[in-house]
Design a protein around this ligand. Structure first.
Ligand code: NAI
Length: 722
């Protein structure tokens, strides 16, 4: 008995159970758009009107996902002028859900797929949640990862269900997604069934057994688990919450976690309707603020563009790699072997000796053991995975290999040599990839017979954790090879960005400017501790001098010199800028013999590999701490250096898309997530591009020509102003 053609179908069975099936005909997933609000409004009105003839209500979905959540396009576009409108809309959504929650008849959510964000919030308003354990089924409130909070009742209800601490620290503050069994253990859902078909019968059975269901918090005397601020012991700990949060965020600019904490604590002290209203007000302020716009742009729109293959050449069949040969079983090669085996490939891991290669395989064995111990992999799956990796010292083991990933020492001659050794054995059309972090791909491709098959596959360490793969097209790389590389990245579950060849490509080049700026500031007299603190407060995951120490100073210095030589050879010597940081590294190496963390001495001192503190020599020999510059300048020197280098990468045709720049900067080199990535940082800067240019000029006046805004940016600022 389907009665209205809107986004929610109404079906009532002979027992008086109404099934509300969400099925927005205008899109592939249900979202909280205007049609949903109108449809749910009508459905709720009818439920209330026919209440006496109903035994219960089931909410489910006809889509693959249960419900996709808020309408991000709409939120992204909403400026401060929309605040009242947003408030009214969210208030209406919550009024509807609250009406169901207080219906006096049982309401069950039958979750047939992913219920994230708004989807879980609808389910939380039901008295009972049943989820089908099918592929893709998961629940969670990931709003915080987009700079938002779950404002459809999520903060309020999860706080009441789990208590303030678990709600804020686990579900709301981390934005984690949970598979059915985990969700049940945590208490976010009540039961799990094996298939979608079992959902409605289970929901109906629960309704029959619980004719008078009410939400626990609507029962008089309900106490929030773990206590609330009205409890003196809890109140005594309360002042530590914001401090802990600040510590967790390292002082960085993330308004959403702070708003979540405030909404949870304030909401726990009042009745549920007031709590829901407090939550709405915090949500509206986040939606209309800049940080959520930045994060929605990067993590939703840009990621969607990348994953859908916007930068993959069209017209080439989907490619699957079956046998990979890895050259070099050192730190990178060993870890690449693991992710390739996980991606279903047969792996040959070759080094100069079998012993080295076996040591490389040991890395995978250690990761497998850890995964098995933690219950993330079965023993059999672990053994099968290891059986896929064959350590080798023989070029002939590359027979039939359709993908090569080279990860030997950073030397052109050596890389040419190792490719020549294995080339005769490869399968026809094999992709020839190099994991070089700095050598131009075009030059490396000169060492192989089929340069059109040669490509840069730049992984990030630790390979099994870092989600990015930077794919670099050399001058001769064919579109077919590029398309294959893109597919291979997805096969091994990495997010691919595609860039054109250049010394250091995009990521290494840009991160270098961040490290340079930090090192130069120390030599200008800025306190090294302030530089580190400013880096963290700007939102970088690692402080810049700490990160410098992780890299080898000798390698950094070698790359700098190679860059200079390369530019001069290419006739671009006039573009070379002798950054003041280079002299700092040279002195560290030559005068003080400090080579970085691995050598036990860098910008920090170390004992048994552990940092013991900043090296006092920085003050003594470089004058660190003798000069003060505004803290905001310290932060922005690092951010601007990276942003300006990115603009240059566009100007030189190294970067091909804004999406790749934004995502590559966040996932690859730790550009702060709140910015939405390095391009969005420029666009979203107060005053837009013109504001960024004005500030860049100010920094150039104060600190040097590395901040001079590129002409292309100045032109854009002028166009924006016109
Ligand atoms: P590594 O020094 O740990 O490993 C190099 C391995 O190559 C050693 O096991 C060595 O025995 C082996 N090797 C040398 N000559 C060989 C030959 N003729 N045949 C087979 N194997 C040979 O170096 P790492 O850190 O793994 O770097 C390898 C490559 O990856 C370099 O090009 C580096 O620039 C690049 N890279 C490194 C990153 C890092 O974070 N370490 C990040 C991204 C790229």
């Amino acid at each position: 008995m389907t009665e209205h053609e809107n986004t929610i179908r109404w079906d009532k069975d002979a027992d008086g159970v109404v099934v509300l099936t969400m099925d927005d005909p205008s899109q592939s997933a249900n979202t909280m758009n205007a049609a949903y609000v109108a449809s749910m409004g009508k459905a709720v009105e009818r439920v209330l009107a026919e209440k006496d003839d109903l035994t219960g209500v089931i909410i489910t979905s006809a889509k693959k996902t249960f419900f996709a959540g808020g309408d991000l396009k709409d939120m992204y576009a909403a400026g401060p002028d929309r605040a009242q409108d947003l408030y009214d809309q969210v208030t209406e959504i919550k009024r509807q859900l609250r009406a169901l929650e207080t219906l006096g008849k049982p309401v069950v959510a039958a979750i047939n797929g992913a219920a994230l964000g708004g989807g879980l919030e609808i389910a939380l308003a039901a008295h009972h949640r049943i989820i089908a354990d099918v592929p893709g089924a998961q629940v969670g409130l990931p709003e915080v990862t987009l700079g938002l909070l779950p404002g459809g009742g999520g903060v309020t209800r999860v706080t009441r269900m789990l208590g303030i601490v678990d709600a804020v620290m686990k579900v709301l503050g981390q934005g984690q997604k949970y598979r059915p069994a985990q969700a049940k253990e945590l208490g976010l859902v009540d039961s799990v069934v094996g298939s979608v078909e079992e959902l409605l019968p289970a929901a109906k059975a629960w309704i029959a057994a619980n004719p008078e269901a009410v939400a626990p918090w609507d029962v008089k005397g309900y106490k929030i688990p773990g206590g609330t601020p009205s409890n003196p012991a809890f109140a005594a700990n309360l002042p530590a919450f914001p401090a802990n949060l600040r510590k967790q965020l390292k002082g960085a600019n993330y308004p959403a976690p702070r708003a979540i904490l405030s909404a949870a604590v304030e909401g726990a002290q009042v009745d549920i309707d007031t709590a829901l209203d407090i939550e709405t007000r915090y949500l509206v302020s986040l939606i209309t603020g800049q940080v959520s716009k930045n994060m929605i742009k990067a993590f939703f729109f840009d990621m969607q563009a990348i994953n859908s293959g916007a930068s993959r050449p069209q017209g080439h069949d989907k490619h699957v790699a079956t046998k990979v040969g890895i050259l070099g079983a050192g730190m990178m090669g060993a870890a690449i072997a693991f992710v390739c085996a996980k991606g279903g490939m047969e792996v040959v891991l070759k080094d100069v000796s079998l012993e080295n290669a076996e040591r490389g395989k040991g890395y995978s064995a250690a990761l497998v053991e850890k995964a098995v111990t933690r219950g993330k992999m079965t023993q059999e799956a672990g053994e099968a995975l290891l059986a896929q990796i064959k350590p080798s010292a023989e070029p002939s083991d590359f027979t039939g290999v359709d993908l090569v990933i080279e990860a030997v020492f950073e030397s052109v001659e050596l890389k040419h040599k190792v490719f020549q050794e294995i080339e005769p054995f490869l399968a026809e059309g094999a992709v020839l990839g190099s994991n070089t972090s700095s050598l131009p791909i075009t030059g490396l491709a000169e060492g192989v017979k089929r340069p059109e098959d040669f490509i840069g596959l730049h992984f990030f360490s630790p390979v099994d954790k870092m989600p990015l793969l930077e794919i670099i097209a050399g001058e001769k790389t064919s579109d077919a090879t590029l398309a294959k590389a893109f597919d291979i990245a997805q096969q091994i579950k990495k997010t691919p960005i595609v860039v054109n060849d250049s010394r250091g490509f995009f990521t290494s080049r840009v991160i270098g400017t961040f490290l340079n700026e930090a090192q130069a500031m120390v030599a200008e007299g800025v306190s090294a501790a302030s530089v580190e603190q400013a880096g963290l407060q700007a939102g970088y995951p690692a402080a810049p001098l700490q990160l410098s120490d992780e890299l080898h100073f000798e390698t950094m210095s070698r790359i700098q010199k190679a860059t200079k030589k390369g530019l001069v050879e290419d006739g671009k010597g006039d573009t070379y800028f002798e950054h003041p940081a280079y002299a700092v590294l040279d002195r560290m190496l030559e005068e003080f013999g400090r080579k970085g963390k691995a050598a036990g001495a860098g910008f920090y001192d170390y004992e048994d590999g552990k940092r013991t503190g900043l090296w006092p020599g920085l003050a003594e020999h470089f004058g660190s701490g003798t000069k003060e510059i505004p803290f905001e300048d310290i932060k922005e020197r690092m951010l601007f250096a990276e942003a300006i280098e990115t603009v240059k990468c566009f100007d030189e045709g190294v970067l091909r898309s804004v999406e790749d720049a934004n995502i590559g900067s966040i996932l690859g080199i730790g550009f702060p997530a709140w910015t939405g990535g390095v391009v969005q940082y420029v666009e979203g800067y107060p005053g837009g591009v013109a504001g960024f240019v004005a500030r860049a000029r100010e920094l150039a006046d104060r600190y040097g020509p590395q901040f001079t805004p590129p002409a292309s940016l100045v032109a854009r600022a002028e166009a924006q102003a016109a």
